[in-house]
Design a protein around this ligand. Structure first.
Ligand SMILES: Nc1nc2c(ncn2[C@@H]2O[C@H](COP(=O)(O)OP(=O)(O)OP(=O)(O)O)[C@@H](O)[C@H]2O)c(=O)[nH]1
Ligand SMILES: [Mg+2]
Length: 297
């Protein structure tokens, strides 16, 4: 038995959460085509007969101003400490950026075991992939090209990761898949649908608060009520839409996924509220679950 922690890091939108969901075999993190989908550290555990891998999903590395962003960046860099392997995910189809090469240098200097995963090879041209592999070979790093979407080369990636492990026993019991509870995933599913259905700044300024999460025995269903917090009055109007159409569409889409996740019927009530500039309020970040103890402002 070999076990270890793998911090999955890389630029926003590189495909980190998609890869972890596919490897773990369950949805532990939400996914969207918009950068900065993951806001917090999430553990996803894969347990097999001969090995156990604890993946740590992290917010994508992204430079920008709000306090929420700097909290996310700290979460990402803190997660790369005290792990057995750093898995740096680079979006193969967008080509290697200078910032990717700088990240590689930084991790190499820190002396941590590093594995590079070139993601999205299903949409990467062969020529681009060959040139990326050539550049990375010159940096003397271990590289595994994969496609999470097509399930390509995943076994190879798992083999490389496990080969770096030194712990000889299981870290988590067999039934642990994530460190996050149902309430967290319910809120994240709502945020995922807003990311998918709303444009521009709106989803990035949204936080979800679950007010009621109750299993009704007699009806064999869940009653869930949540607040969608947004930053501006005009965002609220867009989120609600004409005659409430937009929020109805988002809620219905979210409810279907919540039912799949909980394996029960869900009665969902959604309220949209405004909390001006909450992303820069230390108090509200803490209230919404984003601000960690020990974070220095
Ligand atoms: N074609 C293709 N698309 C992929 C693959 N993996 C991820 N994607 C897409 O890439 C986008 C970003 O995926 P995420 O998994 O949310 O990326 P992330 O690195 O977790 O992003 P952040 O949480 O914002 O840092 C989504 O639209 C995915 O569907 C892949 O193997 N092939
Ligand atoms: Mg993510």
């Amino acid at each position: 038995m070999k076990s270890g922690f793998v911090a999955v890091v890389g630029k926003a939108n590189a495909g980190k959460s998609t890869l972890i969901n596919v490897l773990v075999g369950e949805k532990v993190a939400i996914v969207s085509p918009k950068p900065q989908t993951t806001r917090d550290r999430i553990l996803g555990v894969l347990t097999k007969k001969d090995y156990q891998i604890a993946f740590i999903d992290t917010p994508g590395i992204y430079r920008q101003g709000s306090l929420l962003n700097s909290t996310m960046q700290k979460t990402a860099s803190d997660s790369a400490k005290d792990v057995d392997v750093i898995l740096l995910v680079i979006d193969g189809h967008s080509g290697l950026a200078e910032s990717d090469l700088k990240l590689i240098e930084r991790f190499k200097k820190a002396g941590l075991p590093l594995v590079i995963c070139l993601s999205k090879v299903d949409i990467t041209t062969e020529n681009l992939l060959i040139s990326e592999l050539k550049t990375l070979a010159e940096l003397d790093v271990e590289v595994v090209p994969v496609s999470a979407r097509r399930g390509k080369n995943l076994k190879e990636l798992l083999k490389v990761l496990v080969s770096k492990f030194t712990i000889e026993e299981k870290i988590f019991s067999n039934d642990i898949v994530s460190d996050r509870g149902e309430k967290f995933m319910i809120a994240e599913i709502m945020r995922e649908k807003i990311l998918l259905k709303c444009e521009k700044e709106i989803p990035h300024g949204v936080a979800i608060i679950i007010n009621t999460f109750k299993y009704l025995d007699e009806k064999d269903m869940y009653e869930i009520s949540l607040d969608v917090i947004c930053e501006k009055q005009n965002h609220k109007a867009i989120l609600i839409g004409k005659g409430g159409n937009k929020i109805k569409e988002i809620s219905s889409f979210a409810r279907q996924d919540m039912e799949k996740f909980l394996d029960k019927k869900v009665f969902l009530t959604t309220y949209v509220k405004v909390e001006e500039d909450w992303r820069n309020s230390a108090r509200l970040l803490k209230e919404y679950g984003y601000k960690k103890e020990g974070f220095s402002e």
